[in-house]
Design a protein around this ligand. Sequence first.
Ligand code: SF4
Length: 432
Amino acid sequence: MELVKDVPCPFCGTLCDDIIVKVEDNEIIGTINACRIGHSKFMDHKSATRYTKPLIRKNGSLVEVDMDEAIDKTAEILANSKRPLLFGWSSTECEAMGIGVNLAEELKGVIDNTATVCHGPSLLAVQDTGYPVSTLGEVKNRADVVIYWGCNPFHAHPRHIGRHVFSRGFFRNRGRSDRTVIVVDPRKSDTAKLADIHLQVDSGRDYELLDALRSVMNGHEIPYETVAGIPRDTIYQAVDILGKAQFGILFFGMGITMTAGKNRNIDAGICTIQELNQFAKYTLIPMRGHYNVNGFNQVCTWQTGYPFCVDFATGYPRYNPGESGSNDLLQNKEADSMMVVGSDPGAHFPQKALERMAEIPVIAIEPHRTPTTELADIIIPPAFVGVETEGTAYRMDSIPIRMKKLVETDLLSDKEIMEKILERTKEFIASK
Ligand code: SF4
């Protein structure tokens, strides 16, 4: 048996890179350090619902085909579309994403990622207001005040708190007892139960609470008994703690990005952090979900200037979320074909978008059976990044991490599949 050390976990945006994986006879037989979700990602990569051959729907049933036929059909569908949509990308390597952007440009299509339904508002706010960030390492070594707003890492990013907040750091060598944790959440979540202060904000009223915090920070009194369901004295107490910090960090999730106010909530959050820098060093980090959702926003920005919702219809990149987002294109019945890579919109998109997906050709580059593959006309199974193939991924704090190959497989990587699709698509377009 071989013990492979320092393995990054290809599940959530925490990208824990201290996993030890036990490998025997080209099989993963166990892990050390991974949380239960991460452990199951390594152990279940060969589960019963795994696809091992490309499939094409013929007469209503999926039938096995060879890779060349699947690539050919995919390229033909995309090249013959007027408004192809290339969506997903959050659970694959940056190298495949780069080719995906090239493919979208070649097709004069639209490329978008899962941020469109999670941290898209954060990306808009960052462009408007700024991005005062730090790394998770700085949080571990320096932070004495930690705010979790609209997120529940206890369940969604299970090792986030243990590795970066409750652990001992260079300047915080007593670990948990060196830090004050504030959780803002309408629910008494399991993360809130660990907090020193739980601000149980009324659902959808985060913007008001941020405004109240900023008012108090700037020396104003609150004339009301409560704001957004929080007693005035609790807000004063929270500001007192925030103002006395040496290094503070705001982690925020979809509980604030996808509730009333959306990107304006994040604008206010960024302004709060900028203003807190009058008193101490303060930064923020979005709690990114998929392990490489951030990677797509990086790659897409390098290549097009925009992080998501990029439309090449005019031959150059345009960006207009609300018009060029995946849900806009599907619900407005504009998209006439869709390729999904490394994500599962079938499980997460609204009904109207799914109805459109059922009407148009859908190609899924997907290892497992999912709600998306149920709608797909072509399924091409790739190797798992971080398990069966290498690749680059970006952690939630924008640190690039090299994913490891642990076992051999006959399957092509997403990058290799994308290269073949791009090459064949160019041939179809040239022959038209
Ligand atoms: S917290 Fe996330 S990255 Fe870390 S082991 Fe768990 S699932 Fe993997």
